[in-house]
Write a protein that binds this ligand. Structure first.
Ligand SMILES: CC(C)(COP(=O)(O)OP(=O)(O)OC[C@H]1O[C@@H](n2cnc3c(N)ncnc32)[C@H](O)[C@@H]1OP(=O)(O)O)[C@@H](O)C(=O)NCCC(=O)NCCS
Length: 193
């Protein structure tokens, strides 16, 4: 079976778009079943999990079920694997979910799972690419994300992409013996160039 992942660069493609959703350094592609080992590893990595609302270790079978769902999304969600453009390696995942097609709002989540890929511009580029796709191709008006107040890196990267704080849920999440605030960050299509 041929997938976007297998497409070899074709010299005749020069000057044409090679990928459906491409940023400067990453592409967003559909998930494939072969992605499951990486997803399973990332969803059990404490460095990733501490930035997400996940609490419990995830069994391989459950991750495989999640992936199967991501490959067959409802009308209200879309899921993407984040790949580096240079070596086509899968470095993270992104989701747009709880889409309200009347109000044209949605939540999203995103992580770069490979620690070796952190702080190299991939996360910022993936967010920029996802936001652009949500506005220009899905015709959404507003995207929002929940971020733990202690997640300074994510807040920094999101602010650089134009996200602004809309509100704070005080002491909304209990972890490691204490309560944490959750910040809601949003970006609107209106006013973006
Ligand atoms: C948040 C995340 C997506 C960023 O990805 P990334 O590839 O590391 O991001 P980039 O390389 O594009 O940018 C990193 C920026 O954060 C800054 N940064 C790194 N650590 C930081 C910290 N502790 N506090 C503040 N800023 C920090 C870097 O200096 C850099 O800023 P600059 O571009 O102004 O120099 C990634 O760290 C991640 O997946 N984290 C876990 C999941 C998560 O937090 N998701 C929340 C939603 S984004």
């Amino acid at each position: 079976m041929r997938t976007e992942r297998d497409l070899a660069p074709d010299p005749r493609d020069q000057g044409r778009r090679r990928f459906m959703i491409a940023g400067e350094h990453v592409i967003l592609r559909a998930f494939e079943r072969e992605d499951v080992e990486r997803c399973y590893r990332w969803m059990n990595d404490p460095n990733i999990v501490r930035t997400l609302k996940t609490r419990y270790p995830i069994a391989f079978e459950n991750e495989a079920e999640w992936l199967e769902g991501a490959m067959h999304p409802s009308h209200f969600e879309r899921h993407f694997a984040i790949e580096r453009k240079d070596d086509r390696s899968h470095i993270g995942n992104a989701s747009i979910h709880d889409i309200d097609w009347v109000s044209r709002t949605a939540w999203f989540g995103l992580f770069i799972g490979e620690p070796s890929a952190w702080n190299r511009g991939f996360g910022g580029d993936a967010i920029r690419t996802l936001v652009r796709f949500a506005f220009d191709d899905m015709n959404l008006e507003k995207l929002r994300i929940n971020v733990f107040d202690y997640n300074d890196r994510a807040k920094h990267v999101l602010a650089a992409q134009g996200f602004v704080e809309e509100g704070k849920l005080k002491k909304d999440f209990y972890r490691e013996g204490t309560w944490h605030d959750i910040v809601i960050l949003s970006v609107f299509r209106e006013g973006r160039s």
